[in-house]
Design a protein around this ligand. Structure first.
Ligand code: K75
Length: 371
């Protein structure tokens, strides 16, 4: 295992970049999509299946793992990689967003956030220091700063105050993270949809200095137009030579638009969660497998797809096992969706490398328009 974390841009096409993040646990080809493994599993997938879809890295969550089974127990058992049998890179989110979206009885102070577990109501606390300690116990390769995620909707004054608290917490996260060769700490840009606040946040993060930079505060219901509006300028506020990670994104067309605007990494529950709810993503758009029109259809979901679901099963079969609430339905549709997402990422990486991204994007949208 090498000892360093490093990022190399290998080609550019407009604002888009393709490259490689090197870590002691393996390389991450960018632009990269990270499947979400919230509770130490990518739901309905074996780790070797996640790898077979083409994933180089997956995401874990501080919030969920600190509540159950606890970070201390995972550390005592050898760390998250060994625990979940995934020896490649893992990025862990820091907990702030999940506290806001899942926990109850939250009490926010400059120190951190006290909250009650959504699982059993037990009392917990997260701070920059505790989040760094938990992510170190988990052994994650890419650690996210602990940020403050305001409940939405939030007015400008609230967004500004929250961003400035997050910048103070970013400094505390960096101080607590310390010097850990081979491990990376990413800052998180905040500022809502306000350009001045986004620039202030980027300036603060660059002054502290991070191994990578996330764009936070998006994919929170603002809609694609507002999100792209921020992405038209926000990535440009961040260092050229560091990875840029857009948190929580997204649908396939969100991903294409984000990569066009200079984003290098993304994560989203959509392909796995929608797979479990019977939504199958294809180059022609989503297919709702429970629709009666599929019950006699002998064709695969996508004739051109090489995933196990498309190679070996018909729409009729997927329709049947979904309606029968059979476990294999979640397995096959999650596998297909993650495979489709990784194929999309490979197509984007190749197109950028060959200087033909605009043609790739035009083809992407034209094929979807055919439906
Ligand atoms: C405010 C803020 C913020 C960001 N901060 C952290 N730590 N994680 C996130 C996860 C997200 N998931 C989605 N959408 C599904 N947006 C996200 C934004 C963040």
């Amino acid at each position: 295992m090498g000892e360093r974390f490093s990022y190399q841009v290998t080609a550019k096409d407009g604002a888009a970049r393709t490259g490689v993040i090197s870590t002691p646990r393996g390389e991450i080809r960018t632009p990269a999509f990270m499947p979400v493994g919230t509770a130490a599993t990518v739901k309905a997938m074996m780790p070797e299946s996640v790898r077979a879809t083409g994933a180089d890295i997956l995401l874990g969550n501080t919030y969920h793992l600190m509540l159950r089974p606890t970070a201390e127990r995972i550390a005592a058992l050898g760390g998250l990689h060994k625990f979940m049998n995934w020896e490649r890179p893992i990025l862990t989110d820091s907990g702030g967003f999940q506290v806001m979206s899942l926990a109850s009885l939250r009490k926010l102070t400059e120190e951190g956030v006290r909250f009650s577990s959504h699982i059993d109501g037990s009392k917990h606390m997260l701070s920059p220091e505790r989040s760094m300690e938990i992510q170190k116990l988990l052994g994650s390769d890419i650690v996210m700063c602990f940020d403050e995620c305001p409940a939405l909707p939030a007015d400008d004054a609230t967004v500004a105050a929250s961003m400035r608290m997050s910048m103070r917490w970013a400094q505390r996260s960096k101080d607590a993270f310390g010097d850990r060769p081979g491990h990376a700490l990413f800052g998180i840009m905040q500022g809502g949809v306000t350009k001045d606040l986004r620039e202030e946040s980027a300036t603060a993060l660059k002054a502290i200095g991070f191994d990578g930079y996330a764009v936070g505060g998006l994919a929170v219901g603002e809609g694609q137009e507002a999100m792209f509006g921020v992405l038209d300028y926000a990535p440009g506020f961040l260092p050229e030579d560091k990875p840029r990670y857009l948190m929580g994104v997204g649908k396939p067309d969100d991903i294409v638009g984000a990569v066009e605007r200079g984003i290098d990494m993304m994560d989203c529950v959509l392909p796995s969660r929608s797979g479990r709810t019977g939504q199958v993503w294809t180059r022609r758009g989503p297919v709702t497998i429970k629709n009666a029109r599929h019950q006699n259809d002998p064709r695969p979901v996508d004739e051109a797809c090489t995933c196990p679901a498309c190679r070996n099963y018909s729409r009729a079969y997927l329709h049947h096992v979904f309606k029968a609430d059979e476990i294999i339905a979640s397995m096959l549709m999650t596998w297909h969706n993650l495979h489709y997402y990784q194929e999309l990422m490979q197509g984007l990486r190749d197109a950028i490398a060959e200087g033909r991204l605009s043609a790739f994007v035009a083809e992407f949208h034209a094929t979807r328009a055919m439906g």
